[in-house]
Design a binder for this molecule. Structure first.
Ligand code: SF4
Ligand code: SF4
Length: 455
């Protein structure tokens, strides 16, 4: 029953891995998860909510959209908090469930294992046939198979590149690049092809090296995991001493692992999970499926390889959250509460009023006191607005020097004005004044500043 356990081949500077085609319960579940995620990934930039695409990450123009909410550079603190929540969530998730994200939800693994690798299996066959094809001379069969595979890889990379750009520059801009003459969008056209070749290179040649060497998240695993974290692990207490089945030998002296090597052969990163938790393991669970199949055949319980923590494997302690998991959960909950309250309080129009520099106050001939201000209104929506700017105290008078009355979508308006108060309404040298911005009879933004005067 023992088979070759090595599923890799050195080619040039790179070790080429030929993982055996996985199948089993978990693999089927992964397929469904990946179909849903691929659908979301490909459709998000093309779905519009409140006139904006669902998710836009335009780093070039510093504009970000999440579910119809536009975040401008003024909202950078919100963006930073959202990123912090994302990182904390991944950390919290990793402390409890190890690198499950990598195997089940990361776009790199989904594209590699559920799209590119499956095309490879379809055209070139399973691992052994792929090895044979690579080793054989360049004949008609090899040219056709390799040519067709790489053509499909390039087409899919081109599609991914377009979707990737739709997230960055927006689907409307992408549509213009595609439909209008190339000469009008040379940079966009070149970018599509550069990203196409980058994706093609990643999925055709670099492959698992992205997860095992390049991605910093994999490197962090050693710091984040503890012996309470659930990871894909081999139950060595049950499996050892390993040994393949021999006729007439006393099997009771052996563990449940029959050293068939299937868990190694299906591994897309080319490791042997029986050597313990390793940085290269992306928790894809292919080895669990492979070993379960073997266990069923030899009438042993499933999950010799499964989701275990080291505490269970070594001491048979039942799973419970560790202190670190609780600590991360509390911090994560706290940041989510802060973020939600900031989002709730966030105004569609941001108003800033500053006193004009070099001025304190002006005493006018009629005895009134005036202060000079500059105001800036920033429209964070995709609608033009006709607005009214006023002081909350209706005994105050505003004398506009420079006045915009329309706020263009995602644009800004500037005002320069005097705020005039009657002496009888002034009680102190420095007092607070509040301004409001009204659109369609509704106050949508307000701000306060100081007013100076001779009391
Ligand atoms: S060891 Fe198992 S879970 Fe980890 S990458 Fe290999 S096959 Fe996937
Ligand atoms: S752990 Fe399971 S799949 Fe791996 S060699 Fe042992 S019996 Fe085979």
């Amino acid at each position: 029953m023992k088979q070759s356990q090595n599923n890799s081949k050195k080619s040039g500077g790179k070790t080429f891995i030929y993982p055996k085609k996985p199948h089993g319960k978990l693999y089927n579940q992964r397929k469904w998860v990946s179909y849903v995620l691929l659908l979301l990934l490909f459709s998000s930039p093309f779905i519009k909510l409140n006139g904006e695409q669902l998710i836009l990450l335009n780093f070039l123009e510093r504009k970000f959209v999440f579910f119809g909410l536009i975040f401008t550079p003024q909202d950078f603190y919100l963006f930073a908090l959202a990123m912090l929540i994302f990182i904390l969530f991944i950390v919290f998730f990793t402390v409890i469930l190890g690198r499950l994200w990598c195997g089940w939800a990361c776009p790199q693994t989904i594209f590699m294992e559920m799209v590119f690798r499956r095309i490879e299996y379809w055209i070139e066959g399973d691992a052994n046939q792929q090895r044979k094809l690579d080793a054989q001379e360049w004949n008609r069969e090899k040219i056709l198979k390799k040519g067709f595979k790489h053509f499909l890889f390039l087409v899919i990379s081109f599609l991914i590149s377009n979707v990737f750009l739709a997230y960055i520059i927006g689907s409307d801009k992408l549509y213009q690049i595609i439909t209008e003459p190339i000469s009008e969008h040379t940079a966009g056209f070149i970018s599509i092809w550069i990203f196409t070749f980058v994706f093609y290179g990643v999925f055709s040649y670099v492959r698992e090296v992205v997860c095992t060497v390049i991605c910093p998240y994999g490197r962090l695993q050693g710091v984040l995991l503890d012996n309470k974290s659930l990871v894909v692990a081999y139950d060595e207490t049950r499996g050892e001493p390993r040994g393949f089945i021999q006729k007439n030998a006393d099997q009771s002296l052996k563990g449940d692992c029959i050293d068939c090597g299937l868990c190694v052969q299906v591994c897309p990163t080319g490791i042997d999970i029986r050597e313990g938790t390793q940085l290269e393991c992306v928790n894809c669970t292919a080895c669990i499926d492979a070993c379960d199949e073997v266990m069923l055949k030899i009438n042993k319980p499933e999950k010799l390889i499964g989701f275990y923590n080291h505490d269970f494997i070594q001491n048979r302690n039942k799973f419970k959250f560790g202190l670190r998991a609780y600590a991360y959960a509390v911090v994560l909950a706290l940041v989510i509460v802060i973020f939600s309250s900031l989002i709730y309080k966030r105004e569609d129009v941001q108003t800033t009023v500053l006193r004009a520099s070099g001025t304190l106050y002006q005493k006018r001939a009629d005895g009134s006191i005036a202060n000079l201000y500059n105001a800036e209104l920033i429209n964070k929506t995709n609608k033009d607005m006709k607005f009214v700017f006023r002081s909350v105290d209706n005994t105050d008078k505003i004398e506009l020097i420079q006045a915009d009355t329309v706020l263009k979508k995602e644009g800004s308006a500037r005002l320069t004005f005097f705020l005039i108060k009657q002496p009888k309404n002034i009680k102190e040298f420095k007092s607070k004044v509040k301004f409001e911005v009204e659109v369609n009879g509704e106050v949508i933004s307000s701000t306060t500043t100081t007013f100076f005067s001779q009391p």
